[in-house]
Ligand binder design. Structure first.
Ligand code: RM4
Ligand code: NI
Length: 163
């Protein structure tokens, strides 16, 4: 199984969050990462096989993938999504408590898949637009602003989670 490396996706050591649009996301073989990933489905359909279990994807699905989770995409049909990559919940320089707004594993069950309404999806897309330009240098103010937008996005997803 492939391991995807953060060094291939994060432009610099200081970029806390990277946006990877997939327009479309084609079928993609099973892999894991040395980073975390939030997948936000905008349009289309597909099957997300997550740690061996299939989930049907459509607009408004959100999936939280941890570094050790295995996943793949198959039967994709016009699947448009955004991947939000971050190194780890405790790897931010300015924000803390990120873990609190992520799904929690309980008794071995990790609820990775959430749904959000179309209205929340539009709000979240606005924040994604602000995250597209990742800081390239080491200026603390830029990094702090970037991290704080990511935190806003997490809180919107958390508050907008329908199931
Ligand atoms: C792929 C796919 C994977 C993601 C990488 C960054 O197209 O979406 O899940 O880990 O991009
Ligand atoms: Ni992935």
């Amino acid at each position: 199984m492939d391991l995807l490396h953060s060094s291939d996706f994060f432009p610099s050591c200081s970029a806390p969050v990277v946006i990877e649009p997939r327009e479309p996301q084609q079928a993609f073989p099973e892999h894991h990462h040395d980073f975390y990933e939030i997948v936000i489905v905008e349009q289309g359909a597909g099957v997300h096989v997550f740690n061996g279990n299939p989930y049907t994807l459509n607009s408004g699905c959100v999936c939280f993938v941890r570094d050790h989770d295995r996943h793949l995409f198959e039967q994709t049909d016009g699947l448009i999504l955004t991947n939000i990559l971050f190194r780890a919940p405790d790897a931010f320089r300015f924000v803390s408590g990120v873990e609190q707004f992520l799904p929690r594993e309980d008794d071995g069950v990790y609820p990775a898949h959430w749904r959000i309404s179309q209205q929340v999806l539009q709000q979240v897309k606005g924040l994604i637009g602000l995250l597209v330009d990742a800081p390239t240098g080491d200026r603390p103010e830029e990094i702090a602003l970037h991290e704080s937008v990511f935190m806003q996005l997490l809180v919107q997803l958390w508050q907008g989670c329908l199931a």
